[in-house]
Design a protein around this ligand. Structure first.
Ligand SMILES: Cc1cc2nc3c(=O)[nH]c(=O)nc-3n(C[C@H](O)[C@H](O)[C@H](O)COP(=O)(O)OP(=O)(O)OC[C@H]3O[C@@H](n4cnc5c(N)ncnc54)[C@H](O)[C@@H]3O)c2cc1C
Length: 688
């Protein structure tokens, strides 16, 4: 961290940093910048308290080991690397796992109402991909409690005056200025390629203008809307990341999209039933008899097929998400099991945990927020009836590429400007918008952690960059900013003038068609012939996009949602192409990216798609594919360029990803085995 920051530019203007996004990652970045004395403009599509982080249900990971199970940050790091199928660079993962206990205690002190044990300790529940109770939680509304706690801290800075280098108050300047309902639609990049600000549109008035910043961070969340129906908020179009991509930012590991095993199937949206339900003892099953027409609660125990428990005796219902989703998909879609004939779903059951009034109350204390969602949208009481669930698109492990600098212990060197910085100098990315912490598959409850840790890393990195950058954006000629705003205005006006007989296409229909292709062919199972079809379809949709009618010709000066949607749709088409091209090129199975042909257990199964061939059944292929996919925008009519980068696996040696162990002891046996580089080497005992 730079020791002293210069608040004013040469010409006397207050030098601000810009943080786009007010979810957990964005807010934490803002807090860290303010702690370093740097004023910030925060820009958000929605009120920051409505950011998608508010939806998070289950909890946040930290190896505090309050239950005395022998958990540690070292094991947390190892399980995160293993869960991510060894595609994550390990120094950021180490930094995150080591910081986690301190983060949970910090949130506790900020007033987050975490659940507690009867003795008054923080309570921890189990989540997927670990055998330890590692997840701190606030009932089933953890994201909301965390977001509100950080929002409170940021609001405090909204009232704090900016002081100059001598400590004198600068009139009218507060540490944080908030711009809500603004849509960032372009970057300001100077002639040296340095990002100097953003262009954003006021969604209430359609005004487009530039914002100047001496470091810019995109903390703009995930891309679920590329798939239309997902567990994500409908604002999660990935628009800001797509804008950065068009301006040259590298997008990494796009093909790694997490499909969560348990969501309520729905025509409009797929509402998540959190992993915390299984963490508290919820069980996944289907009737053994595929013609069984009874209600789930009427089917006796011995006639139920608890397929996850049978196939994974140690981890049971808490195998990592990619595995659980594939098993549910395989069981329901390929093996023909279901909850009721004609319904593509499996049961997730908590009724056995609510047999007595006191047990039901205890369950309510831990899961009310999520069980309420089921009751409201499925119309059935989950305390009485097993819930019907099916996998749903949930999270993007990929995102904007960013760098990092290691310290001597192999962790992150805090305060290095390389951390979280994209390939565009001056542009940083954090939270779900980056690709840094989860590799090929994210473990449950690691995202809230990576968002907050990401903010703690990104703030100091931006502070260092701001001190070292050549010349302040605030001393630059206005023309740099005017030009960028003019370009965005022209683009928008171009959209809103799209009326007349040549504009025959409907943007919402194009989005539906894109989503359908992506949902069916680029989720749990991927087959090359189908991916080729999706690539061709995206090409067709891109052409049709040019003929989209705007639908609303309201003059600028007012809100014009369909025109804004056109801009977001263009971004979704770009990101979809990145996702599919990455998936098509990756000829192996790793984490969430799975081609049946490479499954060692299914290589002969022609009915699953590709009919054998080179490499069939090889599974994960470290020799050729232990590398990060990097996609670059080439031009509006060209496919993105893909290149690859080696993964830093210096801390945990890649090993086979096995979760089928027969017992907890067997599964735990191999953990903690990797060398902790931060500890001094134990001296060998003297030979006698
Ligand atoms: C239903 C659900 C439950 C989950 N539960 C958990 C859980 O229990 N534990 C866990 O670890 N993870 C969980 N996750 C994942 C986790 O919630 C998210 O990954 C995380 O909250 C993302 O936070 P973020 O700060 O990166 O982005 P977000 O919270 O999505 O915030 C993005 C911000 O960017 C802004 N923005 C976006 N685009 C623009 C633009 N163009 N211009 C201006 N502003 C823009 C938005 O307004 C918003 O403020 C869950 C996810 C879902 C969908």
């Amino acid at each position: 961290m730079a020791a002293k920051v210069s608040v004013k530019s040469k010409n006397g203007k207050v030098r601000r940093a810009i943080v786009v996004g007010g979810g957990l990652a964005g807010l934490m970045t803002v807090i860290k910048l303010c702690e370093a004395g740097i004023p910030v403009d925060i820009i958000s599509l929605v009120p920051v308290k409505r950011s998608h982080s508010v939806c998070a249900q289950g909890g946040i990971n930290a190896s505090v080991n309050l239950k005395g199970e022998g958990d540690s940050p070292q094991i947390h790091m190892e399980e995160t690397c293993l869960g991510g199928d060894f595609l994550a660079n390990q120094p950021p993962v180490k930094g995150m796992a080591e910081a986690a206990p301190g983060i949970v205690f910090m949130l506790d002190r900020m007033g987050v109402p975490f659940n507690r044990t009867p003795e008054g300790n923080l309570d921890f529940r189990r989540f997927g991909g670990t055998l330890f109770h590692r997840t701190a939680f606030s009932g089933a509304t953890t994201g909301q409690q965390l977001l509100y706690a950080l929002d409170e801290q940021v609001r405090r800075y909204e009232t704090v005056d900016v002081t100059d280098d001598k400590g004198v108050t600068i009139p009218g300047e507060k540490m944080v200025r908030k711009f809500e309902f603004w849509d960032v639609c372009d970057l300001v990049i100077d002639d040296d390629g340095i990002v100097r600000g953003v262009v954003a549109q006021d969604l209430k008035t359609s005004e487009i203008r530039s914002f100047v910043g001496d470091a810019v961070c995109l903390a703009t969340g995930g891309v679920g809307m590329v798939y239309g129906r997902s567990t994500n908020s409908v604002i999660n179009t990935g628009s800001a990341a797509a804008v950065a991509f068009r301006r040259g930012a590298c997008y990494a590991n796009g093909e790694f999209i997490q499909v969560h095993p348990t969501a309520i199937p729905g025509a409009d949206k797929l509402r998540l039933i959190s992993e915390s339900v299984r963490g508290e003892g919820g069980r996944v099953w289907v009737p053994r008899d595929q013609n069984d027409k009874r209600k789930g609660k009427d089917i006796p125990e011995k006639e139920r097929y608890y397929f996850l428990e049978e196939r994974y005796p140690a981890y049971k219902n808490l195998v990592p998400r990619d595995i659980a989703s594939r098993e549910i998909f395989k069981t329901v879609v390929h093996e023909g099991y279901h909850t009721r004939p004609g319904v593509r779903a499996s049961y997730l059951d908590v009724t056995h945990l609510a047999k007595t009034p006191s047990a039901k109350q205890a369950l309510r204390n831990k899961l009310e927020g999520v069980l309420e969602i089921y009751e409201k949208f499925a119309g059935e009481d989950p305390y009485e009836n097993p819930m019907e669930i099916f996998p749903a698109v949930h999270y993007s492990m990929g995102g904007l590429w960013c760098g990092f600098e290691k310290d001597a212990r192999g962790s992150l060197k805090m305060g290095s400007p390389a951390n979280a910085q994209t390939n565009l100098p001056g542009l940083f990315a954090t939270g779900e918008a980056d690709y840094e912490y989860h590799g090929a598959n994210r473990l449950g409850a690691n995202s809230l952690l990576s968002c907050i840790y990401g903010g703690m890393v990104t703030g100091p990195a931006m502070a260092s960059w701001r001190e070292s950058v050549k010349g302040s954006a605030y001393d630059m000629d206005d023309s740099v900013f005017d030009k960028a705003a003019k370009r965005a205005r022209e683009e928008f006006e171009g959209y809103y003038k799209r009326t007349g007989s040549e504009f025959t296409e409907n943007a919402f229909k194009i989005h539906d068609e894109l989503a359908e292709e992506m949902l069916v062919k680029v989720t749990v199972e991927r087959k090359n012939n189908e991916l080729d079809g999706v690539i061709a379809k995206i090409g067709e949709l891109n052409e049709r996009f040019e003929k989209c009618e705007v639908l609303d010709t309201t003059p600028t000066g007012k809100m014009n949602q369909p025109a804004v949607f056109l801009r977001h749709l263009r971004g979704m088409l770009d990101l979809a192409e990145v996702i599919v091209l990455g998936a098509r090129a990756r000829e192996e199975n790793r984490g969430a990216h799975y081609k049946p042909i490479f499954d060692p257990k299914r290589k002969e199964a022609k009915e699953y798609g590709d009919a054998g061939g080179e490499g069939a059944g090889k599974g994960r292929d470290d020799e050729n594919w232990q590398k990060t996919t990097k996609a670059f925008f080439v031009g509006p009519k060209s496919a993105p360029k893909i290149s690859y980068e080696a993964v830093d696996v210096s801390l945990v040696k890649p090993r086979a990803r096995v979760y089928e162990q027969s017992s907890m002891d067997a599964a735990k046996g191999s953990l903690g085995a990797s060398k902790d580089e931060s500890k001094p080497e134990a001296k060998p005992a003297a030979q006698t």
